[in-house]
Write a protein that binds this ligand. Structure first.
Ligand code: GLV
Length: 328
């Protein structure tokens, strides 16, 4: 029997490709070319499965052009690159890669928070530029992490990981806002108290964004929200570009409406709003929160397992629209 055909849309670990080749006829983008939508459609045409990453948009147009497609496995926990409703309507399964990146991403969120509050990259640029001539009492004075109030917007698994690091490791008071409140025992584990969005913005010394992107969370942090924050506050976004209005944030950083920001995700990335590039009080990283080799390997392996399990057992491990299975 011939093997099902799949497309691997971006470069990935050769070991993962070799494993997929045992089960599938594989076309892969191992040169990591940037494909236009037309090119993606051309490559995906005739394929039964796709191994995708967060930049590969699967929408109604792609689905209509690729009627043989049965499943798209995302090597990411976020899946705003998928039009889930269109996929469900077309009978195409979607899977993501949850859990395997939780602790690594929470570590990074905390690292970005520390780098931002303690002005680590800004001071390093100063040193490298040869500007450090003498010590002074307030040179690169930042704000404390320990004992401060940590606000978390979006209290899923990664938010909870950040809460635990803050509460247990740094003696922080943790407050959070989420679509739904956590169970009492989870709140106790995270030592976190539920507050409304306005109180979160007004009270947090450090605010970390970990909510999923959706039309409802588009620009959840804009000029009005930034104006509610403390002028000494720091803002960290490890969630998705588009949750923060980047132009409004750059203005707030320039005007010192807030003290500093740490951003791993951007509207329209890999482009970065030019105003963010020119303000000093922001730490910028290129969407690397889950980037350790073991975690990226675990994410890639889970995406591969989703494809293998679906074609061999009829059910992937982490489906996002399992209702599609009932219609098969
Ligand atoms: C990374 O941003 C992910 O969603 O896994």
């Amino acid at each position: 029997m011939s093997k099902p055909k799949i497309l691997i849309a971006r470069a990935v670990f050769p070991e993962v490709i070799a494993r997929l080749e045992q089960h599938f006829e594989v076309e892969s983008n191992q040169l990591d070319e940037t494909w236009s939508k037309a090119e993606l459609i051309k490559r995906l045409h005739g394929k039964a499965g796709a191994f995708t990453t967060g930049g590969d948009r699967i929408d109604a147009e792609v689905l209509a052009a690729c009627p043989e497609l049965k499943i798209c496995a995302n090597m990411a926990v976020g899946y705003n690159n998928f039009d889930i409703d269109a996929m469900t309507a077309a009978g195409v399964l979607a899977t993501n890669a949850p859990d395997v990146l939780t602790e690594t991403t929470a570590d990074f969120g905390f690292a970005l928070l520390m780098a931002t509050a303690r002005r680590i990259t800004e001071s390093e640029h100063y040193l490298r530029a040869g500007k450090w001539k003498k010590w002074s009492y307030d040179m690169f004075a930042g704000s404390d992490i320990h004992g401060a109030t940590l606000g978390i917007f979006g209290m899923g698994r990664i938010g909870q990981g950040i809460a635990k690091r803050g509460a247990h490791g740094f003696g922080m008071k943790v407050i959070y806002h989420n679509r739904s409140r956590l169970d009492a025992d989870l709140e106790a584990e995270c030592k976190a108290s539920y507050v409304g969005k306005e109180e979160l913005l007004k009270t947090a010394d450090h605010l970390v964004l970990v909510l999923p992107y959706s039309p409802a969370s588009h620009h959840a942090i804009g000029a009005a929200e930034l104006a509610l924050m403390k002028p000494t506050a720091t803002l960290v976004n490890i969630a998705r570009g588009g949750i923060v209005d980047d132009a409004a944030l750059a203005a707030a950083l320039r005007n010192r409406t807030i003290a500093a920001a740490g951003l791993d995700v951007f509207e329209g990335e890999p482009s970065v709003h030019p105003d963010l590039l020119s303000v000093p009080n922001v730490v910028l990283t290129p969407h690397i929160a889950s980037a350790t080799i073991p975690t990226r390997m675990a994410m890639a392996s889970l995406a591969a397992d989703n494809l293998i399990q679906f074609f061999s057992q009829g059910k992937p491990l982490t489906p996002l629209n399992p209702e599609v299975l009932a219609t098969r």
